[in-house]
Ligand binder design. Structure first.
Ligand code: C2E
Ligand code: MG
Ligand code: MG
Length: 695
């Protein structure tokens, strides 16, 4: 029995829209409600294929799926958009069922019961328009872009490659607002938006108002970079036409950053980021520039993403570790604290120093996670081992981005609260000078907030950055760490010496603490101590080591170990060249071939010992026979070095010559050592041995 003869027909006809079709889709029955809604008469519809009602709103995949479900399950539910005879659209909520012949059991057609839901769709449409439309420019807004992104995610991957995204930014928009007022600024935004929209109207590209003075153009079905770039450049030209204003004209230009899908797995969010990076570069080139996110940057970015993933993994697996390097008080020989330094113990590459990976992740979220993680590790270390040593202070390096963020002090406080046994004064944060320059006002606020908690702030790598006095006074850190490049050269390089001396004097006039980093030898410590630098850090005390090794070293360390506190407090600074000469001859002793020892301890071609003799040795010890012998041996050693570099020697074999050179070198060293003890060491004793750390 067909539905036409069904006793329920009356009830259905009274409430719903009803049709029947045969297996080919030809309409075999329509009720009056259907005719009323579609605008067709029954005669016009009967015998026609159902396709006559198609609106074009749904993709062919939509219909394929519908027929597949109907064939396999016998029923399909869903909303369909159809077209009336007058061309207007309407929406129906449909239930379609397959009809079977009761005698043969074979499928013979389809019946559809529908309800008009057009009003609901129109309402949703209106709401969507409101939610997706920017009220100022009338363009689709950021939410609409996100909706396009969501749609995009449903496309097959092959089609992703044809997409590209461009961010357009108005050059010096702030100036327009400032000079002409916000009304003119708004007008410019509307104009630029309209022009972009008009320019792209015949293309598959769509323009969105991203916010502020930025617009996003989403390109679909673009294939070649050149074609795209030509388009974007033409768009920039179009946007740069003068805008009429008060009888005159306003010249406004835009810059753009473009990026394209290059490989599977690129998401729209990444595309947005790449375009942003390209825009950033375009802006740095001046107004009206277009930059396309290049292949190399793309690759680099992918590698950095991978690095980010590996680092997150390394934090979990224990491959990322915090090493500790002591800070030593030169006056007392006590260990005042340590600096926490990150190490990546890579399963393939061994120990990777932080500067090999931190700069690459600087702008990625993992940088903040690492900072946070290091802080937690450092605080755990303090809580576990130094609860009873409240003066032991651990320094932790904080990345610029972290330190510049507004909520950093609050986040720090939250972390600190988790370690109640750690005194706030036991923590010091190290920031680079460049960090403060980045966002001076915020950094200043943060420094004050952190200092008022009792946590210390040190300015790291001082001397290599801007080092402006006015700025130093304003940010007023508690401590300054002199960069290691100056300290490494302080014994032999007069510039480094003068700079180091000036920084130390400066810190004492400003009443800042000062730490010298990169202190590799006792001789460096002696000179720094003489210059008035109280605290040092460096391989000469201990290289950064893992937690257990640090604690073991600390356990064994004695206050007088490195001689701190046992040196003469005042010696003529000209003697510093003798410290360098001692380093040279000590170094020579460790070499098989002395000629390898050149020329680290020379200043402008002069050997440190000659410099010392000239600066002070001659006048102080010129009358002394010991001094004459020393200088004679030294000259003979240096001449030997030259001869070694100028072979061949006929009278003496290389082996014999080297043995003689070694003997002379050892003798010079012994004599320099003797002088060294006379000049720099106190006659007896010095600091008390025993206690190793500050409490
Ligand atoms: P920095 O804070 O100035 O750290 C001092 C650097 O000097 C460390 O390098 C240390 O190993 C090295 N050093 C110490 N003594 C000597 C010495 O006597 N001679 C020489 N030539 N070098 C010495 P490292 O560990 O490679 O760290 C490099 C930089 O990486 C640090 O410079 C710091 O800016 C950054 N860094 C290290 N750990 C972290 C961290 O946990 N977070 C952040 N944000 N940055 C870190
Ligand atoms: Mg540091
Ligand atoms: Mg440093």
């Amino acid at each position: 029995m067909s539905f036409q003869a069904d006793p329920y027909k009356k009830a259905v006809d009274a409430t719903a829209i009803f049709t029947e079709t045969d297996l080919s889709g030809a309409i075999t029955y329509v009720n009056d409600r259907f005719c009323a809604l579609s605008g067709y008469s029954a005669n016009e519809l009967l015998g026609q294929n159902h396709r006559i009602l198609k609106s074009g709103h749904h993709s062919s995949e939509f219909y394929t799926e519908m027929w597949q479900v109907l064939a396999s399950q016998g029923i399909w539910n869903g909303d369909i958009c159809n077209r009336r005879k007058d061309g207007s659209l309407y929406w129906v909520s449909s239930t379609m069922v397959a009809l079977t012949d009761p005698v043969t059991g074979l499928m013979k057609g389809y019946a559809a019961i529908r309800f008009d839901v057009t009003e609901r769709y129109e309402l949703v449409g209106r709401l969507k328009t409101l939610a997706y439309c920017d009220s100022l420019t009338g363009l689709p807004n950021r939410a609409a872009l996100q909706a396009s992104f969501d749609e995009f995610a449903e496309y097959p991957v092959e089609r992703h490659r044809d997409h590209a995204l461009c961010i357009v930014d108005i050059d010096r928009f702030g100036d327009i607002n400032e000079v002409h007022g916000h009304d003119v600024g708004d007008m410019v935004l509307r104009q630029i938006g309209l022009r972009a929209q008009a320019f792209l109207v015949d293309s598959s590209a769509k323009v969105f108002h991203w916010g502020g003075d930025e617009f996003v153009v989403l390109f679909k079905d673009w294939h070649q970079q050149e074609e795209l770039l030509i388009w974007v450049e033409r768009l920039m030209e179009h946007l740069a036409q003068p805008i009429p204003l008060h009888g005159g004209a306003l010249c406004v230009t835009c810059s753009a950053g473009v990026s394209e899908f290059k490989a599977d797995g690129t998401t729209p969010d990444l595309l947005l980021r790449y375009s942003n990076l390209a825009l950033y570069k375009a802006k740095s080139l001046g107004p009206k520039h277009v930059v396309c996110y290049g292949k190399d940057e793309f690759l680099q970015e992918r590698q950095n993403e991978e690095l980010q993933r590996q680092l997150r993994q390394a934090m979990k697996s224990g491959d990322l570790q915090v090493y500790y390097q002591p800070k030593l008080d030169l006056r007392s020989g006590l260990v005042l604290g340590a600096e926490a330094l990150l190490r990546w113990i890579h399963p393939l590459h061994g120990t990777v120093p932080p500067l090999d990976f931190l700069p690459r992740i600087e702008n990625l979220p993992v940088a903040l996670e690492i900072d946070q993680w290091v802080l937690e590790q450092a605080l755990q270390f303090l809580q576990k081992n130094f609860e009873k040593s409240p003066a032991f202070c651990l320094s932790v390096n904080i990345s610029a981005r972290q330190f510049q963020s507004r909520d950093f002090p609050a986040r720090l406080k939250n972390i600190l609260d988790k370690y109640p046994k750690v005194g706030f004064q036991q923590l010091e944060l190290e920031i680079l000078e460049s960090t403060a320059i980045g966002d001076f006002v915020q950094v200043n606020l943060n420094i004050n907030a952190i200092k008022s908690m009792g946590v210390g702030v040190a300015l790291d790598d001082f001397g290599v950055g801007y080092s402006s006095l006015a700025y130093l006074k304003k940010i007023s850190p508690q401590t300054i760490k002199i960069d290691k490049t100056f300290i490494l050269g302080v014994l032999v390089n007069d510039d480094d010496f003068i700079l180091t001396q000036s920084i130390i004097n400066l810190t004492s006039s400003f009443d800042f603490g000062v730490v010298a980093e990169g202190v590799e030898t006792v001789e460096h410590m002696m000179l720094l101590s003489r210059l008035g630098c109280p605290v040092v850090q460096g391989y000469g005390v201990l290289p950064p080591v893992a937690q257990d090794a640090f604690l073991a070293w600390l356990h064994q360390h004695q206050a007088g170990d490195l001689g701190a506190g046992q040196w003469q407090p005042q010696w003529d600074l000209k003697h510093r060249y003798l410290l360098a000469a001692k380093r040279f001859y000590e170094h020579v002793r460790t070499l098989k071939s002395p000629e390898l020892a050149q020329p680290a301890h020379c200043l402008e071609g002069m050997h440190a010992l000659d410099l010392w003799a000239m600066a002070i040795g001659d006048s102080h010890y010129g009358h002394d026979r010991e001094f004459s012998v020393l200088m004679h041996l030294h000259r003979s050693f240096v001449a030997g070095l030259d001869a070694e570099r100028d072979p061949p020697l006929e009278t003496i074999s290389t082996g014999e010559f080297r043995a003689e050179q070694n003997a002379i070198g050892a003798e010079v060293y012994r004599r320099v050592q003797h002088l060294f003890e006379r000049i720099f060491w106190m006659p007896a004793g010095g600091a008390e041995l025993g206690m190793a750390i500050a409490v």
